[in-house]
Design a protein around this ligand. Structure first.
Ligand code: SF4
Ligand code: SF4
Length: 342
């Protein structure tokens, strides 16, 4: 189904969604940041940005959440599990790269066991994406097989045309039923095709070359060279829409407690520290290698998906100016050198 909506009618759309009980999440200003967060009306929505500072993942996999509570009396243990954590919501105005991270992450959250928090939220949330009409030097979605107007992971895709109008395309049945539910908000599509304002994102490297080089170079000086600037702050993993490591801790007294799931990250020194004191990834070079290998080799082999959507957030946020796409370009160039297997 194709419809049209003018920017001035975004407020009507958001208000109508809220009127029917949807929680509405959209990009909005927060001091100097643009963040995906709950909005009460369309007037709060910010559209003049390349990408939000936070990624979409926290609405499915929060930074911290209680997975159960328990109470113990002698041999009797009572367990209480959270309910109502999946709220009927619409995420409006996320970018196509963020939306695509969701089907990529579905694979790991439904792998050896099904993570009910992720799965139920995925069912409860509808993703309405706005295609990118601008990009910056950190963006590299086209190098990992995506595009600024890619539809994967979105239920509905908005693409800007002329005069603040947007073409509205439904991508999934869930998206189709959402647009039908609010049909009165939308206009019919224009009778003539109009130019779509979609950013041009330069392709920076051949991803197949990166994979083939990684297959042969677990041991290489490049890992230390790349990581020399890295201070191990982990910011890159927290802003990344596809990083999904977490830790489980019990916050408890002698008789009761909460079991809590918290984001963790492979760039932290303590991430792989054993109780014995041995750390199998004791250097930042090994930790950086793990990040690249996981995203561009291990996940590809296990789930047939690249664990990176080219959003560039990790490079934008890095206090040490580590730039992942520049490193992948170096690796792809290295793979093309005589004597290296492509
Ligand atoms: S954000 Fe930069 S400095 Fe911090 S862990 Fe990641 S690569 Fe290292
Ligand atoms: S690794 Fe960096 S560029 Fe790739 S998805 Fe994560 S934050 Fe985005």
């Amino acid at each position: 189904m194709e419809k049209r909506l003018n920017k001035k009618d975004f407020d009507n759309f958001i208000t109508s969604l809220r009127g029917k009980g949807y929680k509405t999440i959209a990009p909005k200003k927060d001091n100097n940041l643009i963040v995906l967060d709950e909005v009460q009306g369309g007037g709060e929505i910010s559209l003049d940005h390349v990408i939000t500072n936070n990624s979409i993942k926290e609405f499915f996999f929060p930074k911290t959440e209680k997975v159960l509570s328990y109470r113990m009396e002698k041999n009797n243990v009572q367990i209480e599990e959270p309910e109502d954590f999946a709220v009927k919501s619409v995420i409006f105005g996320s970018r196509p790269c963020d939306a695509f991270s969701l089907p990529v992450m579905d694979k790991v959250f439904n792998w050896d066991c099904s993570d009910k928090f992720w799965v139920q939220r995925r069912e409860a949330v509808t993703i309405v994406t706005i295609a990118c009409d601008k990009c910056d030097t950190y963006c590299f979605c086209t190098s990992v097989g995506l595009a600024p107007d890619a539809k994967g992971g979105s239920d509905v895709l908005f693409t800007k045309i002329s005069g603040d109008d947007y073409v509205v395309e439904t991508v999934t049945e869930k998206g189709e039923s959402l647009i039908k539910e609010f049909e009165g908000v939308f206009s019919d599509p224009l009778s003539e095709a109009s130019d779509r304002q979609v950013a041009t994102v330069e392709k920076k490297f051949e991803i197949e070359k990166v994979k083939s080089w990684l297959d042969e170079n677990f041991v290489h000086t490049v890992w230390t060279d790349f990581s020399l600037k890295c201070i191990g702050c982990g910011a890159c993993t927290f802003v990344c829409p596809t990083c999904h490591c977490f830790d489980i801790v019990d916050e408890c007294t002698m008789t009761k407690g909460d079991r809590v799931k918290n984001w963790d990250g492979c760039q932290f020194k303590m991430f792989t520290m054993h109780t014995s004191g041995h750390n199998p990834r004791s250097t930042q070079g090994e930790r950086w290698r793990q990040r690249i290998m996981h995203k561009f080799k291990y996940y590809v082999e296990k789930f047939d998906s690249i664990l990176c959507v080219g959003c560039g957030r990790c490079s934008r946020v890095c206090p040490a100016d580590m730039n992942i796409s520049e490193m992948l370009e170096i690796i792809a160039t290295e793979a093309s050198q005589p004597g290296n297997k492509e």
